[in-house]
Design a protein around this ligand. Structure first.
Ligand SMILES: Nc1ncnc2c1ncn2[C@@H]1O[C@H](COP(=O)(O)OP(=O)(O)O)[C@@H](O)[C@H]1O
Ligand SMILES: [Mg+2]
Length: 482
């Protein structure tokens, strides 16, 4: 077998063995080894018995034939053919295995025989004791099957030869009976060992199946399940170690959950405080600073109205221009900090306006599509989404070198979906943001605080897409009044 064939064969073997349950494996081992053992044993016993029985049959044949030879010597010498015949018939009657008996004289003439339907003459040639001083045994084929033919010289061969045919039928019968008994015994043993095997597999596999069951529930996050210790063996030790591990895992999970909750709480608090502060500063800029600047503009106009000196007029014009620019900047700053319309008109209007303004400011073509239906979103959700989009646009302006951008916000079945796409240079991203990606990290955290997800898809040269999905379940829902 070539290497390749061998490899294929072993692969198939392991696939077969690996594909069946432990129960089947143990059954296979027990059944296979018991069968092999009993088969070997039976064959061995059969073989040994057969040779012993064969030898015994031959020995019996020889002793019968010698007896005939001894007892017929005198009868041959006085030529008492009737008594010789009698002797042969009696012998056959006494030993059921004797198939035939006859005596030939030295010239090869049959003196007496036990064949009732005529003597088969070719039998004479089948065996001979000529030149032997003891006996000769050969196997001859007769109409009734195999027969051991024993030839014993009478009176050293001078008075002829006694021949007896001994059948091995009774020997075969004995052998068959013994083998059958052995076979039955093996069947009983086999049944017993199968029973023992099934008991053993049950004992072995029950704790393992339980381990599997408990492992599954641990994987589902249920740390309360325990494995029962069935026995004081290795599997019992495993069960105990396993339980210890679950307890430890459960403890760690509690710690993890507490930490996670704390982190979420802190982050939420931070974001709220930050938003509040931004809102306050934005209002301040909008209401007070802008108002003051506007008053300043009006004041300057009034001054230029009353004073007609061209030099002063020129100066006032410059000042008014400066104040106007500052007013614009303050407005942009206020909107960036917190667009008042987000609170006043809602997410759709605020997004549409600020995205359009962003496009104008950076000279980038931008499509914005906001479709929220009739859903009224909670404030914190609006803010989060607005900030995520704001940060994404800031990144595009800073890093992407994009020509066109599209922003899509849509209410879908499970919640809100936002997609921000640009056709810029893109970057290598693995969505595990670290301190090198604080902006992206903060976007992701905002989404995750609302049990949502944020995925960035980008590769160098192919633009960037950011997918945000926020569920509207009861927690984030509009109906819990948060
Ligand atoms: N739209 C984008 N196009 C190209 N590169 C981007 C884009 N967004 C983010 N990046 C890359 O990801 C990095 C991390 O972004 P961010 O976390 O916002 O940090 P920062 O903007 O302070 O650099 C950026 O430095 C930039 O290289
Ligand atoms: Mg950034």
């Amino acid at each position: 077998m070539s290497r390749n064939h061998w490899r294929k064969f072993t692969a198939r073997f392991w696939k077969l063995v690996g594909g069946v349950s432990v129960r089947t494996k143990i059954f296979g081992i027990v059944l296979g080894s018991t069968l092999m053992l009993s088969l070997g044993f039976t064959l061995q016993v059969h073989h040994a018995l057969r040779s012993v029985l064969e030898q015994k049959a031959q020995e019996q044949g020889i002793s019968i034939t010698r007896d005939i030879a001894a007892r017929s010597t005198d009868l041959i010498l006085i030529n008492d053919l009737y008594s010789i015949h009698q002797l042969l018939v009696e012998t056959q009657a006494n030993f059921s295995d004797v198939r035939y008996a006859f005596i030939v004289d030295p010239q090869g003439q049959v003196l007496a025989h036990t064949f009732s339907a005529g003597f088969p003459t070719d039998l004479i040639e089948a065996n001979t004791a000529a030149g032997m001083d003891y006996q000769n045994t050969t196997l001859v084929q007769t109409d009734e099957g195999q027969v051991w033919d024993v030839a014993v010289p009478i009176f050293g061969g001078k008075a002829g030869t006694a021949r007896v045919g001994i059948s091995d039928q009774s020997m075969r019968q004995t052998l068959t009976t013994l083998t059958t008994q052995l076979g039955l015994t093996i069947l009983v043993v086999l049944a017993g060992s199968l029973l023992a095997a099934s008991l053993l597999t049950w004992v072995l596999t029950r704790p393992i199946l339980e381990l599997v069951e408990v492992t599954r529930s641990v994987a589902r996050g249920d740390f309360s399940a325990r494995v029962q210790r069935w026995a004081d063996d290795e599997i019992g030790d495993l069960a105990e170690a396993f339980n210890q591990m679950i307890i430890e895992l459960g403890r760690l999970d509690v710690v993890r959950q507490e930490r996670e909750a704390l982190r979420k709480q802190l982050l939420e608090g931070m974001i709220t405080v930050q938003e509040e502060e931004r809102r306050r500063i934005s209002r301040e800029l909008h209401d007070s600073t802008s108002q003051s600047l506007t008053s300043l503009m009006i004041g300057l106009r009034n001054v230029s109205d009353v004073c007609s000196k061209p030099a002063v007029d020129e100066q006032i014009k410059l000042l008014r221009k400066e104040v106007s620019t500052t007013l614009d900047e303050v407005h942009t700053l206020a909107v960036q900090l917190r667009p008042v319309i987000l609170d006043d008109l809602g997410l759709k209007a605020a997004l549409e306006r600020s995205v359009a303004e962003w496009g104008k400011r950076h000279k980038i073509a931008v499509d914005v599509f906001v479709h929220l239906g009739s859903t009224r979103l909670p404030d914190y959700m609006k803010t989060a989404l607005y900030r995520i989009i704001q940060e994404a646009l800031t990144n595009i302006a800073k890093h992407a070198h994009a020509e066109s951008v599209s922003v899509l916000v849509e209410r879908q079945k499970g919640g809100l979906v936002a997609v921000i796409e640009d056709d810029g240079q893109g970057f290598e991203v693995d969505n595990e943001f670290d301190s090198m990606h604080l902006g992206l990290l903060s976007m992701k955290e905002r989404a995750e605080l609302l049990d949502g997800t944020l995925v960035v898809e980008s590769s160098s040269g192919y633009g960037t897409s950011i997918y945000v999905s926020i569920p509207i379940a009861s927690k984030n829902g509009v109906d819990n009044g948060r």
